[in-house]
Design a protein around this ligand. Structure first.
Ligand SMILES: [Zn+2]
Length: 477
């Protein structure tokens, strides 16, 4: 069976270093046979060079791309975008050097037997509303009636925009597949916070109100509920302790307003309906083009978020799932999430008292609390998450764990990752052995592929070579 060795790479790397040179490096150092080419992203974390404050790796242009904007790094063909008003979203010239990155990379990749996946990052971490004309019209509406900075999956213009983009990519080039990522969660998750949360609490737009009413959810009670819940979280974060304590008061709100959980589920179902629609659209055009998803890192840390990610259900509309198992940066990220719980619903206790309980809930067994940013998570974690996903999908789709190569990590991680920055340079320094261990663990657990993450422009070459060593080790047994 062919093992997929994919790497996430932005247009900037091919522009800075040259198509042939980058592909040579990929093949020689890491046996790479697939690209997750960041063709559509507004997120510097996947589309740009190294993020500010962190040292540059030993390749590429050594200058921060502070003016990164992002957008579509390929040509936008007007005929595909008739059913959406969003048509003007090409990444600007300073990001693309005027090039169509798919047309630039695909012929050379094909010649070498390397598959090209269009890696589409739906992340609203950048202020897209600033770049795309009228974008605010597709944004979510919060319980006070305010527009937010994040788009609504139930808005037809937004939905059709992504379906149009996917049709454009699928029909125009001969790509191997679509890899689609959305690092977003529902309104309850956004309030719980801890990273991967956006500011907006939604969505109560006309489309959502109608769909929710069809489900029998009382929309006005849901709005009231989320205003109350939002007030609870704001006061809790200020340390204003309710008479009966933080957790009991939170639970009482859930009992008083069953609409809280109903609306959270409604939001997540909207995202998964988007997955299903994208999958069907691609298959209607070409059965052979593969479709898969990125399941974000929060899935490793939050029992609440994990409960909403059912692999058995995802398998219904997936050819592959990239399960994020970034072990090296996991320690700091886990602390960030647990720390956030202790600023609100768990505020009556300390993180040191709860983290082992969360370990048990999630089947994790990693370092002591104080050691976590320096220790990271182990290769065993990669193996466990891989196995859990494989059991979940039960052979109906492939599992390609995301492997951490030099993702910024550390203490003092900011709670707001909206500008694509996170961590501090005092985090864990990754070694080639760490990378090798994670890749071996993924394959020995039964993975059909791996996705080297988060982007080539932040990876050091010696750590990329760790992938090559892993493949040798696996071959010789
Ligand atoms: Zn909406």
């Amino acid at each position: 069976m062919k093992r997929t060795i994919a790497i996430q790479v932005g247009a900037i790397s091919f522009i800075d270093e040259g198509v042939e040179q980058v592909l040579d490096t990929f093949q020689e150092k890491a046996g790479i046979n697939a690209l997750f080419l960041a063709t559509h992203t507004f997120d510097r974390g996947t589309g740009g060079r190294q993020i500010e404050g962190f040292p540059f790796p030993d390749h590429g242009v050594q200058e921060y791309d502070r003016d990164f904007q992002g957008g579509n790094f390929a040509e936008t063909r007007r005929e595909f975008y008739r059913n959406t008003f969003i048509r003007d979203f090409r990444a600007p010239g300073w990001d693309t050097a005027g090039r169509d990155i798919i047309a630039d990379v695909l012929p050379e990749a094909k010649k070498r037997g390397i598959d090209v996946y269009c890696w589409i990052n739906e992340n609203p971490y950048a202020p897209i509303s600033r770049y795309i004309p009228n974008f605010a019209l597709v944004s979510e509406i919060d319980p006070w009636g305010r527009r937010t900075g994040t788009p609504c999956f139930n808005n037809p213009d937004y939905r059709n925009w992504h379906l149009s983009l996917i049709e454009d990519y699928t029909k125009s080039y001969g790509i191997s597949g679509i890899a689609w990522a959305s690092e977003r969660q529902g309104p309850l998750g956004n309030l719980i916070g801890g990273g991967w949360n956006t500011r907006g609490i939604g969505c109560f737009c006309d489309h959502c109100r109608r769909l929710a009413a069809e489900r029998g959810i009382d929309v006005e009670r849901a709005r009231t509920a989320y205003r109350e819940l939002s007030r609870f979280f704001t006061e809790a974060r200020k340390g204003e302790r309710p008479r009966d304590g933080y957790f009991v008061t939170f639970w009482r709100l859930l009992l008083t307003f069953p609409e809280i959980l109903a609306w959270e589920k409604f939001w997540t179902d909207g995202l998964h309906a988007m997955f299903a629609e994208i999958y069907g659209t691609v298959k209607a055009i070409d059965e052979k083009t593969k479709v898969g998803w990125h399941v974000m890192h929060l899935n490793s840390f939050s029992p609440f978020y994990r409960a909403e990610q059912d692999y058995a259900e995802l398998a219904e509309y997936s050819d592959f799932i990239k399960v994020v198992t970034y072990h090296n940066c996991a320690g700091g990220r886990f602390q960030r999430f647990i720390g956030s719980l202790h600023e609100s619903i768990f505020r009556d206790a300390e993180p040191e008292e709860s983290y082992r309980l969360i370990y048990r809930f999630l089947g994790i067994d990693e370092a002591e609390w104080s050691e976590l940013p320096r220790a990271g998570f182990s290769a065993e974690y990669v193996a466990r998450e891989t196995k859990r996903a494989l059991e979940g999908v039960d052979g109906r789709c492939e599992i390609w764990p995301g492997i951490d190569i030099d993702i910024p990590s550390g203490r003092g991680m900011t709670l707001d990752i909206s500008d694509g920055t996170e961590g501090t340079p005092d985090g864990r320094d990754e070694s080639p052995k760490d990378v090798e261990g994670a890749v071996v663990a993924a394959f020995e657990a039964g993975a059909q592929g791996v996705v080297l993450s988060r982007k080539y422009s932040e990876m050091r070459l010696k750590n990329l070579e760790g992938v090559g060593s892993a493949l040798e080790r696996l071959q010789t047994g």
